[in-house]
Design a protein around this ligand. Structure first.
Ligand SMILES: [Zn+2]
Length: 102
């Protein structure tokens, strides 16, 4: 199967790759509407994108609470449970649920 055929097969459930999530994060802290339109054109369902944003814990409150630089946000795989989560820096290797408490 060629890549083109794979693309044609997948518009109903495109994959949230790291690159797409990066775009979502940038869009969320910038021009959210433009980001949503762009992803819709790429075959993403708007509701699915919004759900994915929520699943990552990406909220405006998060930005305000922690004074986060969006450039430092990235999606990582938790070394505890191996789920993807929103990391606030290279030191951040655990999701909220797995983060060791002191
Ligand atoms: Zn975890």
């Amino acid at each position: 199967m060629t890549d083109r055929q794979k693309m044609a097969q997948g518009p109903s459930s495109p994959v949230f790759t790291r690159e797409i999530v990066r775009r979502i994060i940038d869009g969320f802290f910038g021009d959210t509407e433009a980001m949503l339109r762009e992803l819709e054109e790429a075959g993403f369902d708007r509701d699915a994108v919004v759900k994915h944003v929520r699943a990552l814990g990406l909220t405006k409150q998060l930005l305000r609470q922690h004074n986060i630089n969006p450039q430092q946000l990235s999606v990582r795989t938790c070394i505890g449970c191996e789920r993807e989560f929103l990391s606030q820096g290279s030191h951040n290797r655990f999701c909220d649920a797995c983060r060791p408490r002191s």
